[in-house]
Write a protein that binds this ligand. Structure first.
Ligand code: SF4
Length: 116
């Protein structure tokens, strides 16, 4: 089976063609660099995404956050739900952990903007 996808590794957006056998990428073409090959292989076998959202603070001000690493695609909703049910106490700094081990994924959710 052949899958076509666009690499999201950088703004070039290379068009990838991936030959898939038994749920695994056996060849990748169209990539300009190794990031595209790795992206295609992961996208076929275990797709992941970084999650960016906001978390509510104790003062009611939303604070931008993102996951520290990519999250399995089928767990994104669980992570967002964990963030939406939590809050942070201001002030917070970039890099502070807003939610630890979000939804049991082992991924921390990190503050991305100093907020007072
Ligand atoms: S394959 Fe490399 S150059 Fe092409 S979009 Fe992905 S990261 Fe960018």
């Amino acid at each position: 089976m052949t899958r076509n996808m666009i690499c999201i590794g950088c703004p070039m957006g290379c068009e990838l063609t991936v030959e898939v056998e038994d749920g695994k990428a056996v060849s990748v073409t169209g990539n300009t660099c190794g990031v595209g090959k790795k992206y295609a292989e992961t996208e076929v076998s275990a797709p992941t995404r970084m999650v960016t959202t906001t978390i509510m603070s104790d003062s009611g001000k939303p604070v931008p956050v993102k996951t520290g690493t990519a999250v399995p695609k089928d767990r994104i909703f669980d992570v967002v739900k964990a963030v939406k049910s939590a809050s942070v106490k201001l002030p917070v700094k970039i890099g502070d952990i807003a939610v630890s081990d979000a939804a049991g994924t082992g991924v921390d959710v990190i503050v991305t903007k100093d907020t007072e």
